[in-house]
Design a protein around this ligand. Structure first.
Ligand SMILES: Cc1cc2nc3c(=O)[nH]c(=O)nc-3n(C[C@H](O)[C@H](O)[C@H](O)COP(=O)(O)OP(=O)(O)OC[C@H]3O[C@@H](n4cnc5c(N)ncnc54)[C@H](O)[C@@H]3O)c2cc1C
Length: 531
């Protein structure tokens, strides 16, 4: 025992290096569910746990290869949220005349942004296979009359951290016209094709424990519990695929694996059909089953959160206000050339985690405006419409408005003299075309010049999800502490370990669902060929 350990025994209420090294209660495997409690046994080649985008893509890819597959899902239907899905190229991009996305520099910048921690083999598999996977999906969707479009991204200044490559696909129908909200359209078509090929689904059935073959040690099934409390053993002759989503609604797992953001997730709704919900989706039940069966956790720490900040006063679909940002002391604190996810990190570190924007009417005319949910190639929003939107926000109390800058600063509750001095300093740099404080590019320097003036809080933050989980190799096999596959156990979707690091930065919009699609499709084919 260390000195710290002695201290602990005298003051057990305090943490120290020894006490924080203890196991968490969720890491302790539960008692095995006894055989005499099993009410039914169902046999398939592959069992996929979870019916989100990744589960469905993997399962459909399997049945296409003639593999008997069962989806066991706690939800009562396919589950998803949003609808931006990235692929590096597709027949849609070809038709619209966009070139294939070139990863040469972009991927390196992304790796550098997360200190080269991510598993590059997964990223380049994604690169090499996403065109085939997206075309597979596009063919099915177009056969169902769905329109596949490209979502508008942030501007293409190659040296800006806001830039997004073309390739974010979105699905539209009669009811869904917002590009990036149509994932349920895709899920419906995927499920239809899966069932048509003989795939089976057990709804409202929650995976509880993995089953190991006592002779080989391989994973050979799952014990699940249906809504009446009956235990069903799903035998998997070839493989079990874990596609149970994230662990953002598990407070203990968040505290261990993503501690800086744990306090922002409130434990979730407990709903297995959870859709457009923030602050907690799922409880990491697939992750836990893998750990209890001998899997190691991923190597990257902490797990990357998927969070976003305010889009107030932003001219880019995935952007944040790129004019002047001030903290609660009325001080400028950053180069504002950053998207909404990156901005929120900078703002969280400010006094009271607050920030504010101030701009003039001229801002609507000085730059081009593109709204979230618009499609690639659509015209910018006319300035008059942009101003109309600001006026509507004033009506709702989300923006303040004044005939003078002073009035706006006062309404925002910022220290008047300090803030006015800061705004005048910023305006002088805009007029000179050179930011000598934070070196923002001249093209992003727009003076706060013309009345009326507007202002608002940029402190909104949105906590969507957390990424990663059990240790996963480049073939999506779940591995133990020695990086050896457990055998028969695969990961799909957001649960895949070591895919993302630092934060999900939205530079590749729809990267998440792109991974669910591409790596799910590839894993189905891999299981067919190798298991
Ligand atoms: C508001 C919001 C908007 C988003 N928009 C986008 C977007 O546009 N593009 C994008 O790329 N990403 C988006 N995301 C992230 C995206 O939702 C996830 O990354 C993605 O859904 C992960 O897919 P998945 O298949 O891994 O898991 P999920 O879609 O989360 O599905 C998990 C499935 O597992 C089931 N399940 C859970 N536990 C069990 C169990 N014990 N047994 C059996 N089944 C179980 C669930 O019921 C569900 O069917 C968004 C997230 C949020 C919160």
């Amino acid at each position: 025992m260390t000195n710290a350990g002695n201290e602990m025994s005298r003051h057990p209420e305090y943490l120290n290096a020894d006490s924080v090294a203890q196991k968490w209660s969720f890491e302790i495997p539960p008692e095995p569910i006894p055989e005499d409690k099993i009410a039914e046994t169902v046999e398939s080649d592959v069992v996929v746990l979870g019916e989100g985008m990744s589960g469905l893509c993997t399962a459909l890819s399997c049945v296409e290869e003639g593999i008997a597959t069962t989806i066991v899902t706690a939800s009562s239907r396919p589950v998803g949220r949003g609808g931006s899905v990235f692929a590096v190229y597709s027949k849609v991009m070809e038709r619209l005349g966009y070139p294939r996305f070139d990863p040469t520099d972009f991927f390196l910048e992304e790796f550098a942004a997360c200190s080269f921690q991510v598993d590059q083999r997964k990223w380049y598999t994604f690169y090499n296979k996403s065109e085939e996977s997206m075309n597979w999906l596009v063919d099915m969707l177009e056969a169902d009359g769905v329109q596949v479009v490209l979502e508008n991204g942030n501007d293409c200044d190659p040296h800006s951290p806001t830039t997004q490559p073309v390739g974010t696909h979105a699905f539209l129908d009669d009811k869904t016209t917002f590009a990036g909200a149509g994932i349920n359209i895709a899920l419906r078509t995927l499920e239809k094709n899966y069932l048509a090929r003989g795939g089976k689904i057990a709804y409202r059935t929650r995976g509880r424990q993995l089953v190991k073959d006592p002779a080989t040690g391989r994973i050979c099934g799952v014990i699940a519990e249906d809504e009446t409390g009956r235990f069903i053993k799903f035998i998997a002759r070839k493989a079990v695929v874990l596609a149970t989503g994230d662990f953002s609604a598990n407070r203990d797992m968040m505290a261990k694996y993503c501690p800086a953001f744990a306090k922002h997730f409130d434990g979730g709704s407990g709903d297995y059909n959870v859709g457009f919900h923030e602050k907690g989706l799922f409880r990491g039940e697939g992750h836990l089953m893998a750990l209890w069966a001998g899997a190691a956790w991923q190597k990257i720490f902490p797990n990357a959160p998927l969070i976003q900040g305010s889009r107030l006063g932003s001219n880019m679909p995935y952007g944040a206000h790129r004019g002047l940002r001030l903290n609660a002391n009325g001080e400028r604190f950053m180069n504002e050339d950053a998207n909404a996810p990156y901005s929120v990190y900078a703002i969280l570190n400010q006094p009271k985690s607050e920030a504010f924007a101030v701009w003039g009417k001229n801002y609507a005319y000085d730059i081009d405006w593109f709204s979230h949910g618009s499609t690639r190639g659509s015209a910018p929003t006319p300035p008059e419409k942009v101003i109309e939107k600001w006026e509507a926000e004033v009506e709702k109390g989300r923006l303040v408005k004044g005939e003078t800058i002073e009035e706006v600063v006062e309404k925002l509750g910022l220290p008047l003299e300090k803030t006015l001095t800061e705004i005048e300093r910023y305006n002088a740099m805009c007029r000179a075309g050179a930011d000598t404080d934070f070196y923002k590019k001249p093209k992003y320097l727009q003076e706060i010049r013309q009345a009326p003036f507007y202002g608002g809080s940029l402190s909104e933050r949105r906590f969507f999800s957390v990424l990663g989980g059990p240790r996963t190799n480049h073939l999506m096999q779940i591995c133990d502490e020695s990086d050896q596959p457990l055998g028969g156990l695969y990961a799909a979707g957001t649960l895949i370990g070591d895919m993302f690091a630092n934060c999900y930065n939205f530079r590749i919009a729809g990267h998440n669902y792109g991974v669910c699609l591409t790596l799910g499709y590839v894993t189905g084919k891999y299981i067919a060929a190798n298991e």
